[in-house]
Design a protein around this ligand. Structure first.
Ligand SMILES: *Cc1c(COP(=O)(O)O)cnc(C)c1O
Length: 376
């Protein structure tokens, strides 16, 4: 299994069951007390002034963009190698995604390539904090200040990661731009038992607008002031998330320990595999443990592992400029060669908070066996 939700549930079953049953006994299903309570805990956890809950991480991005008063044809800069949600909502809203290449070492948008992508139509940048670590936010913040651009951080994968500014200031991913978006999809680091999402922001007015858009654009019941949508976090999911949030740092520590164990176990394969890099400016909460398999051997290794009963996944096999749906809706800024290359080389191993050393020992042994090396 790539993630083991059953074992995690078993460790907190009493607390989860009590929280769920309470919501059911109270029949407090829509916008219940737990939604407000979870939003407040999430804001406190991240250090953000506001956390507005919504139905999922894709909606969070869409609502964030709807709150910006953008015009059709306005341009948003985002990475070419990542999950499709940011490009999808950009296209859906009639905006243009301008794709920038990623840094092959961190898999995140290459801040050095952003300025060349800016035109007089550029309105915002969407850094996506991929696989569990922060984009390099200082240069991105500086570029945005200089060019008067908005930052929407897609933080679906990296909740809890901390970025260190050179002056020593530390901030969590999702709190360094104007709005940070989150997903609580069951495989994310903070996961509910269905769909869930949220938006972080520090500006009172923006927070109120996000809330309004997520609730049919209503300023009060049956008074619709702007066009919105219906995007609610279920009270049941909020109750589950309230139980799990206090465990998030502990879960991250388990993931970090597992990543260190993989790295140690796979030493000696430097000519065959590039391990995920931990950037000096960010902690890494290892949403994924994503390696690069060299010499065009990824598919072979993946098939070999599958035969041994070991799951592995390719996040992501197709870069966003090569996706059929967005063909005419995105444009490339400069070469996207690293994005193209990563789609051919990346492979993610099982990674979750319940991973045991003996499971990793088996995976490590089989990878060494594939490359024909001896384990020292
Ligand atoms: C999961 C994910 C999303 C979408 O979240 P959903 O809750 O599934 O809508 C958006 N962006 C990234 C980077 C993701 O990993």
């Amino acid at each position: 299994m790539m993630v083991d939700l059953q074992t995690q549930y078993a460790t907190i079953q009493g607390e989860i069951d009590d929280a769920v049953h309470k919501v059911m006994r109270d029949c407090d299903f829509i916008n219940g007390a737990k939604v407000q309570e979870f939003g407040e805990s999430l804001a406190a956890f991240t250090g953000s002034k506001h956390a507005v809950c919504c139905a999922n991480g894709t909606d969070a991005l869409q609502i964030a963009l709807m709150a910006l008063d953008l015009n059709k044809g306005d341009e948003l800069i985002m990475p070419a190698f990542c999950y499709a949600a940011a490009v999808e909502v950009t296209a859906f809203l009639g905006l243009k995604a301008v794709l920038v290449d990623v840094d092959p070492a961190t898999y995140n948008i290459d801040a050095r390539k952003i300025e060349a992508a800016i035109s007089n139509k550029t309105r915002a940048i969407i850094p996506v904090h991929l696989f569990g670590q922060s984009c390099d936010m200082l240069p991105i913040n500086n570029i945005c200040k200089k060019n008067n651009l908005i930052i929407i951080e897609d933080n679906a994968q990296s909740l809890g990661a901390v970025y260190s500014f050179p002056d020593g200031e530390k901030k969590q991913t999702g709190t360094m731009g104007n709005i940070g978006t989150l997903s609580f999809f069951p495989t994310k680091n903070l996961a509910c038992y269905g769909d869930g999402g949220a938006m972080l922001c520090n500006d009172d007015k923006v927070a109120a607008k996000l809330k309004m858009i997520a609730s049919h654009g209503q300023s009060k019941k049956y008074q619709h002031d702007i066009i919105g949508c219906n995007s609610r976090l279920d009270t049941l999911q909020a109750a589950i998330l309230s139980v799990k949030l206090p465990y998030l740092n502990q879960y991250a520590a388990r993931r970090q320990a597992a990543a260190a164990y993989y790295k140690k176990g796979l030493e000696g394969l430097e000519n065959e595999i590039l391990m995920p890099l931990e950037a000096p400016f960010s902690t890494h909460v290892f949403h994924q443990f994503t390696m690069q398999i060299l010499h065009s051997r990824r598919e072979q290794l993946k098939a070999f592992l599958q035969k041994e009963g070991i799951p592995s996944m390719v996040y992501y096999p197709i870069p966003l400029h090569k996706q059929k749906a967005y063909e005419n809706l995105v444009c490339a800024s400069g070469s996207l060669k690293h994005s193209d290359m990563l789609c051919k080389t990346v492979l993610s191993l099982p990674m979750h908070s319940e991973l045991e050393n003996k499971q990793m020992d088996f995976i490590i042994e089989k990878i060494h066996a594939f490359f024909g090396s001896k384990i020292i």
